[in-house]
Design a protein around this ligand. Structure first.
Ligand SMILES: Cc1cc2nc3c(=O)[nH]c(=O)nc-3n(C[C@H](O)[C@H](O)[C@H](O)COP(=O)(O)O)c2cc1C
Length: 87
């Protein structure tokens, strides 16, 4: 929508690859992974140019590589404990 209005490059963010809202992470709650079909459809539809990924990357630093490889069954649920892990 923003891209349509401004003509500027846009980025989407929020629960990419995950079910629950990010604020729950601060309450110590995890969330399950979810599929990317709708995101990919909208990206292909040029509704936005970039996709920001938060918790999914905090959980799994190989997240991008797994998507690139089409290895989506290897993607992980998000655990709030991942916020305390440094790679
Ligand atoms: C541990 C943690 C710290 C965050 N810190 C900030 C911050 O300092 N500033 C900010 O604008 N967003 C912050 N966010 C929000 C993220 O930038 C992002 O918008 C949010 O996590 C939604 O993406 P996600 O659903 O992929 O996690 C933080 C999120 C998490 C989980």
């Amino acid at each position: 929508m923003g891209k349509k209005i401004t003509g500027q490059p846009t980025i989407t963010v929020g629960s990419v690859g995950l079910n629950g809202d990010f604020l729950n992470a601060f309450a110590g709650q995890g969330t399950e992974k979810t599929d990317l079909t709708e995101l990919i459809r909208r990206l292909d539809n040029e509704e936005f140019d970039l996709v920001a990924v938060g918790r999914a990357i905090l959980q799994d630093h190989q997240w991008v590589q797994k998507i690139k490889d089409g290895n989506t069954e290897a993607l992980l649920d998000f655990s709030a404990e991942s916020m305390g892990v440094l790679f």
